[in-house]
Design a protein around this ligand. Structure first.
Ligand code: ZN
Length: 350
């Protein structure tokens, strides 16, 4: 129960870890995989906290060990993230020097490698030696998007636990109950989060996060009415952005096309972008089921291509060629009736 107090969702992973602790079968190395901001790092750190906490139902969150874990300066726990663009061999060597020493306070030494997919080959090979013969007290945790993003020899030494998106209802409830977000906003953020609780919590606290989301939606609207050269100019701009920005745009676009597809199919399911239903409905009427499916597929292909380091500009251009061209009036904001119409109405009254 201790872990579930600190983590939203991921109950099957929590059950498995708590059983391991109860049976004293803690693994020396874990690999937590799943999409970013779904809760991998939060759960990994809470697991480290639980292993070091003396409470019978750990982590208690209030003992000296837990408080030091929360503050990020427990002498037996180390958080390692990429320096610049990669996790380097020097960082792994430093971890190895630390692991050579027995724990200062608790029964374990915990090391968490964030974004382990950014480990250089030399670093991964150095780490492999530790994974092959870990000290009895070592618990290593690696975080990565998928097992395929790491060397197979590293993966084979780890217990792999995969994280699914948290159900939308659970995200909404957690936003309301744990973070005090009002119901309507919690509902909107939960839908837009796609089950990434970390994004939802961040968006709840930082208006900029949602503002960027809204801007992506407006950009999608603009692109649909733009001509080919304008779309290509956008492809070039987006290709020059950070990976995170490109992924965020494509993920928002996939969610938007999913809504169009649902509308075109006439399902009664709630939309991710319920607030944009009018435009989504019009797009669905124009492009139909097949058009929506094709646009969604094209977007997904670009998203996958970018993850595989394909030429970003070409992938984005190909996607935008497959998106339909829609008339501008579909995407204009709601306008007040023109004065002439008002006059007509009043003039027609008896
Ligand atoms: Zn504690």
């Amino acid at each position: 129960m201790g872990l579930a107090r600190r983590v939203v969702g991921h109950r099957s992973v929590i059950r498995l870890l708590e059983r391991q602790r109860a049976e004293e079968r803690i693994a020396h190395a874990y690999l937590f995989t799943g999409p970013p901001q779904v809760g991998r790092r939060t759960l990994a750190w809470a697991w480290g906290m639980a292993l070091l906490c003396p409470d019978p139902d750990p982590p208690c969150g209030s003992c000296r060990s837990c408080r030091r874990m929360e503050a990020g300066h427990h002498p037996d726990a180390l958080y390692v993230a990429p320096e610049g663009n990669s996790l380097k061999i020097d960082q792994v060597r430093e971890v190895q020097r630390l692991l050579a020493l027995t724990p200062v306070e608790g029964p374990y030494r915990i090391v968490l490698f964030d974004a382990a997919e950014k480990m250089t080959t030399e670093a991964a090979n150095a780490l492999l030696k530790t994974l092959e013969e870990p000290p009895s007290y070592a618990v290593l945790m690696l975080i990565a998007p998928s097992p395929e993003s790491l060397l197979p020899t590293v993966v084979s030494r780890c217990q792999v636990l995969s994280f699914d998106p948290v159900p939308i209802l659970e995200v909404r409830q957690a936003l309301q109950a744990r973070w005090g977000v009002p119901a309507e906003r919690a509902d909107r953020l939960a839908r837009r989060s796609g089950g990434r609780i970390g994004w939802a919590v961040q968006a709840a606290h930082d208006p900029e996060v949602e503002a960027r989301y809204e801007e992506r939606i407006r950009q999608i609207h603009r692109l649909l009415t733009q001509r080919r050269w304008e779309r290509f100019r956008f492809a070039e701009e987006l290709a020059g952005e950070e990976e995170e920005t490109r992924q965020a745009f494509l993920e928002t676009a996939m969610a938007w096309w999913r809504d169009v597809l649902y509308c075109a199919a006439g399902t009664a399911l709630p939309l991710i972008h319920e607030e944009d239903r009018r435009r989504i409905q019009r797009a669905a009427e124009r492009v139909g089921l097949e058009g929506a499916r094709a646009a969604l597929e094209a977007t997904r292909r670009a998203w996958i291509a970018l993850q595989r380091n394909a030429n970003a500009r070409l992938a984005l251009e190909a996607m935008l060629l497959d998106w339909p061209f829609l008339p501008e009036e579909d995407f204009e904001s709601e306008r007040l009736p023109a004065p002439g119409i008002l006059l007509d109405v009043s003039g027609g009254m008896p």
